[in-house]
Design a protein around this ligand. Sequence first.
Ligand SMILES: Cc1cc2nc3c(=O)[nH]c(=O)nc-3n(C[C@H](O)[C@H](O)[C@H](O)COP(=O)(O)OP(=O)(O)OC[C@H]3O[C@@H](n4cnc5c(N)ncnc54)[C@H](O)[C@@H]3O)c2cc1C
Length: 421
Amino acid sequence: MAEIVIIGAGISGLMAARELLKSGHAITIIEARDRVGGRIHGIQGKFSTPVETGAEFVHGKQPITFELLKEARMDKRLLKGRFYSIAQDELRGDMLDDHWQQLFHELDKLEADVPLAEFLQLRFGSDEFKDLRHRVTQFAEGFDIADTTRVSTCALREEWKHSDDEHQYHPEGGYSTLVDFLKNGIAEKGGRIVLNEPVVEVQHTAKNAEIVSISGKIYRADKVIVTVPLGVLQRGKIAFSPPLPEHQAAFASMGFGGVIKFHFEFREPVWESKRHRHLPDLAFAFSDAEVPTWWSQLPDETPMLTGWYSGPRTFETHHTNDSLYRIALQSLQYILRRNPSEIESAIRHWHVTNWVQDEFSCGAYSYPTLQSAQARKVLSNPVNDVLYFAGEALYEGSSGGTVEAALASVREVVSRISTMN
Ligand SMILES: Cc1cc2nc3c(=O)[nH]c(=O)nc-3n(C[C@H](O)[C@H](O)[C@H](O)COP(=O)(O)OP(=O)(O)OC[C@H]3O[C@@H](n4cnc5c(N)ncnc54)[C@H](O)[C@@H]3O)c2cc1C
């Protein structure tokens, strides 16, 4: 059986360890942070309920995630409540209006892939469609956290067609509970997790690899699986020796977007005040505010709102958390038609999580470019059956940028290693 080193203890690293331990391999996970979970991170602090600063929802019926939740004996809560849309200071009606039907009609006709911005200009370039262009761009930057000048229109079409908006769930206890379940299982089976050890170099030969950490420690392995985020690889934070120019080009050609997430816990549900903008049963509010998207925890009634600031602008913003907090406050003031001091006095606790400035993530999750499919082909081929890549960005399918994507990418690698031995 092989000695395997996995770099990164996010959900994909943990899942790979668990599956490979079942086949009797010796597993060491090397993790840069002082915790496992990566882009899954629950905190409580002063909040009256734990909050997930990274992954939070199960988007629709995700088979591997569902299976794992079942094994961990975790329930999931179906998202409830109403969706609101606010633009130019007015509440709007149905978000899927005629323009959206027209959009899908044009998307269906598209044969040769182009970036979304180009598609919108080609098919909806006139003034009449200004609003449509704006809203579609906002959606792609918001949900897909994509740069519309790079994101693949054909890939978005697939994703949007398969999206299951009716079935959004919160895993009971949060994804962090799932991470703990995997971590405990690894310890029980004799797997080793080394924390606080950023890897800086992977030296690989046709037979084995040496993994060098920032403290100069060397770990030897028959095989190594790299599961660090695409953003980390794009910035060359791990050197490969001999170098892998084709892989580096593949990393660069893929998309990796940014998110800044806000958590505001209030003394009471401020969105239910009838003296201001009244948003009863609020599940989601989409708006043209600077921090445009906010959601509650319904059916959990904790008076908490989560704000979502995403897309290319997150990489251009160099605000401190305090100034980001002020921007979020102004956005809520606009959405709820209240003055900032009123909102501020109703806040019990707040927290800002900036995934772009996180040195072990360098962004939030991947989005598909026109080159992504080709890049994934390069990355999913192991180098000499010694060096493998896995993780959210390596996934091929319509659930990109999710926990499901991370879990699915691992299945490929594990089955490949299993058939090799
Ligand atoms: C704000 C946000 C919201 C999200 N919302 C959702 C959601 O609602 N639903 C959903 O399904 N998905 C969501 N996602 C995506 C989801 O979190 C990821 O797809 C998934 O967690 C990725 O897992 P991973 O194991 O591939 O990567 P990661 O979790 O990033 O794990 C990689 C690990 O590598 C470590 N690492 C980095 N550099 C080094 C180094 N040099 N040496 C050693 N270790 C290193 C990192 O610390 C990390 O622990 C969200 C992500 C973010 C950021």
